[in-house]
Ligand binder design. Sequence first.
Ligand code: SF4
Ligand code: SF4
Length: 292
Amino acid sequence: MDQIKEHITSWMNDHANNAIEPGSDVHAFSFPLVGIASAEDSLFDFLKSDIGHEFYWTPQEAFSLAFKDESVRADELSVIAWILPQTEQTRIAHRKAEALPSIEWSKVRHYGEKVNENLRRYVVDLFTSEGLQACAPVLLPEWSGAVSEKYGFASSWSERHAAHACGLGTFGLSDGLITPAGKAVRVGSVIVRKRYSPTMQIRPYTQHNEWCLFQATGKCLACMRRCPAGAISESGHDKTKCKEYIRNVTAVYVEKEQLGFKVNSCGLCQTKVPCESQNPLNRKIFPPREKL
Ligand code: SF4
Ligand code: SF4
């Protein structure tokens, strides 16, 4: 079980698990990245107090809820997070989209998230089969949306924040997580009752937003120019404008013109931007795989 990354990669390599739609031989996602953090990491306590003390879970709280066990200690738990990058094919298709999402993106938003859900279940089952307790916080019945006084729309457990704690990336101006594989990604996590060594003893960043070009250099704003809703500005991401555009425009479009049912698909700010498929500050380490 110490080969967790290999298990996840192998599972994702199987078309039966990782398809852009049922029965397709096209993958929903490219190679996953995996990171591990100790539940004792003080960043989890900071996230709780910063996002919303009354509703945001630490790993210990999520695990206690899952197993109705108040005795569990943070030093017994590890958080495992993964990044599922959009495929090059989906990114190329989405770059051509202007105000409405590509059908590839909409399929990944719907069927790809089911892949992500199944991966959470797979990882939990894998640990369980080895006699270890594990849970996926976002699959718990108690997981819910909430409103943060400081940040607006939030939830009891954020996959992106878990991945950030696991050393997998920092936040961009548009609120997406910029990972070594870029920002066009989906994210998942589980908590297991076993101490694993964190992937990195020291995270490769100290600020929550330091891989964003605009934050680092004062230049970029490509995501702001890409957003058809005017939901991104130099001050950040307006979640209300974003949500309204998706609900009133793109979800309706997906139902009428693409999949026959509503999907919260958009993500235009995640492609045709310098952070689409790489950390934009690390071009020499992760060179662009194709021109934007
Ligand atoms: S497009 Fe530029 S400003 Fe927007 S998140 Fe990416 S690096 Fe930051
Ligand atoms: S998801 Fe769409 S509406 Fe929301 S910020 Fe990104 S581009 Fe704008």
